[in-house]
Design a protein around this ligand. Structure first.
Ligand SMILES: C[S@@+](CC[C@H](N)C(=O)[O-])C[C@H]1O[C@@H](n2cnc3c(N)ncnc32)[C@H](O)[C@@H]1O
Length: 288
């Protein structure tokens, strides 16, 4: 569905700080159904969310009190991974499950290192598309398209994707905090395999994923029940080994698959990696 900026009750192009979205949803969007993109925006302190999103997010914060910190750590991981890849010479980024624009979006981090870097954003939430298009207006080498991670071929064959990215050259594919919205284990693995098979040597896969923790959480069922009420319909945190499987056949870069805050932190720490608690795990791997 194509939305016209004129349909929106606020100026998506200026995105003035503190302005937020008016509580009137554009046509085609049911504001009473929480969206995982808008809940995440709330966790990160954004204003682009409706009452139902905030209500669900607040419930989530009561179940997982450190969720805002984990969301920020996840963004930190994404930023460090993109910067590292840009510094290593990667010039093309495909960010699937983009989320609403926030600080340090992929193209901004990449272009700080390499102004010629190209980025395509893909998300299935129409509001993400409108905000993304507004943010990117006039930014060369960037695009935002509607697509569903459950259809990797549809993404890879999308004309806008092909217009911006050359799959004969290395591409970094980002699946950051999205695969846990694919409840079927085999389907999630097939998605990653479907994307990987089109990647040239030197390409990279950046994945972060909700993690059960070694002990498991007593709140797990309540978290799942909460996400069942969202437009995405489910959240499935997975164990370390299940997440590690996404990287099979690739060269997993140091420090491996770890809690996102422990992935190449800005301030190095000697603290041992703690896999006991539920969090988000992240890793980056290279296509040999
Ligand atoms: C938790 S946010 C993560 C945003 C960003 N990747 C980050 O980590 O900061 C998850 C995003 O994935 C998107 N998403 C969920 N299911 C999806 C699907 N099946 N296809 C495409 N995008 C999806 C949501 O709309 C949302 O924008």
């Amino acid at each position: 569905m194509i939305y016209n900026f004129a349909d929106f009750p606020y100026d998506a192009r200026t995105r003035r700080k503190g302005e937020g979205m008016a509580e009137i949803a554009p046509a085609g969007i049911d504001p009473t159904v929480p969206s995982v993109a808008r809940m995440y925006d709330y966790f990160l302190g954004g204003k682009d969310n409706f009452a139902a999103d905030r209500e669900a997010a607040v419930k989530m914060m009561s179940l997982v009190p450190n969720i805002r910190e984990v969301a920020r750590d996840n963004r930190g991981f994404l930023g460090r991974a993109v910067r590292m890849l840009a510094e290593a010479g990667v010039r093309q980024f495909l960010d699937i499950g983009t989320g609403l624009p926030t600080q340090d979006n992929v193209h901004q981090v990449a272009r700080r290192v390499a102004p010629e870097a190209r980025t395509v954003y893909v998300d299935n939430d129409p509001i993400v598309l409108v905000h993304g298009q507004a943010l990117l207006a006039g930014t060369p080498g960037t695009a935002v398209v509607q697509g569903d991670v459950r259809d990797p071929k549809g993404i890879l064959d999308h004309p806008e994707v092909l217009a911006h990215l050359d799959f004969d050259q290395p591409v970094a594919v980002l699946l950051v905090a999205i695969l846990h919205f694919v409840p079927d284990d085999a389907e999630a693995l097939n998605i990653v395999a479907g994307l990987r098979e089109r990647l040239a040597p030197g390409s990279h896969l950046v994945i972060s994923h909700g993690y059960t923790g070694e002990i498991g959480g007593s709140t797990d069922q309540q978290v799942r029940a909460l996400y069942n009420t969202t437009a995405s319909g489910a959240v499935v945190p997975r164990g370390h080994d299940a997440i590690l499987e996404y990287f099979d056949g690739l060269d997993l870069l140091e420090p491996g698959l770890v809690p996102v805050d422990a992935w190449r932190p800005a301030i190095a720490s000697d603290a041992p990696i703690d896999l006991s608690r539920p969090t988000i795990l992240g890793g980056v791997a290279r296509v040999p």
